[in-house]
Write a protein that binds this ligand. Structure first.
Ligand code: NAD
Length: 263
């Protein structure tokens, strides 16, 4: 283990089979959390749990629970499993999300693509919050982190309308939940990643031209790494952020504050 910033805490991470969720699951385990890895991709979370055993040392505890976050009964069962296995829930990282390859502009995006995106990216986050609140009330509080995106903060002329709208909804929902539950010591923050080198984005930007179209706007001139999001999530999950709630926490290489970027 590298540290003890989450010692004694129990965390659920959705989308833990890949990208940001994978890196966060490993990091949280290294920091002493007991980690429940959830994903629709069973093989992905089995791999994450195996990697935690390798990377986080033999005291690390992690389990895999296959979950489709858009199905409320599965999310309820996920939270119940976490509490049954580890006795409590302190951290809920609602991170699972999709960016559909056919998500496009207002005229071309199919209604089924819109609905699927909303069901996973918005309803999935709601269900995660709802069931985590119930569990966290049993232990006097907790930290809930919902993954939004920089596209919820700024407009892009390369449209992915359903995705952008879904992430805007995550920001608004998270802010309101933060207010409603503030006196219960349940903190809610959105994590707003910039463009990150994970399968989700790299599958979407499948040519060099598409990548360059974006990179020119990133002050740091590169895509972010999943581990850089994991460190942001670690701060929001730990007691170090005890006075931080309702924020749109940006880990975006300066992108959302940029006008002209360095050549
Ligand atoms: P990823 O594709 O590597 O991982 C996403 C994971 O979510 C996958 O393992 C996938 O199986 C899982 N998932 C998809 N649908 C699910 C469902 N219905 N139930 C449970 N799990 C499901 O992507 P990532 O880049 O690590 O994305 C993680 C989050 O970060 C997403 O919410 C994404 O929108 C957000 N994000 C990513 C970027 C980026 O540039 N990569 C930027 C901003 C925000």
């Amino acid at each position: 283990m590298t540290g003890q910033r989450l010692s004694g805490k129990v965390a659920i991470i959705t989308g833990a089979g890949s990208g940001i969720g994978f890196e966060t699951a490993v990091l949280f385990a290294k920091e002493g959390a007991k980690v429940v890895c959830a994903d629709i991709n069973e093989k992905g979370i089995q791999n994450t749990v195996a990697r935690i055993a390798e990377l986080a040392g033999k005291e690390a505890s992690a389990i895999a629970v296959r979950t489709d976050v858009s199905k409320e009964e599965e999310v309820k069962a996920l939270v119940e499993k976490a509490v049954e296995e580890f006795g409590r829930l302190d951290i809920m990282f609602n991170n699972a999300g999709i960016m559909h390859p056919e998500d496009d502009n207002a005229l071309t995006t199919a209604e089924k693509v819109w609905d699927l995106t909303m069901n996973i990216n918005v309803k999935g986050v709601w269900f995660g919050c709802k069931h985590a609140i119930n569990a966290m009330r049993q232990n006097g509080g907790g930290s809930i982190i919902n993954t939004a995106s920089f596209v919820a903060l700024m407009g892009a002329a390369t449209p992915q309308l359903a995705y952008t709208a879904s992430k805007g909804a995550v920001l608004a929902m998270t802010r309101e939940l933060a207010m409603v539950h503030a006196r219960e010591n349940i903190r809610f923050n959105s994590l707003c990643p910039g463009p990150i080198r994970t399968p989700l984005l790299m599958d979407f930007l499948n040519t060099e031209e598409k990548k360059q179209r974006r990179l020119v706007h990133v002050p740091q001139g590169r895509f972010g790494e999943a581990i850089e999001q994991a460190y942001g999530a670690l701060f929001l999950a730990s007691d170090e952020s005890s006075f931080v709630t309702g924020t749109d926490f940006r880990v975006d290489g300066g992108l959302s504050n940029a006008y002209v970027t360095p050549e």
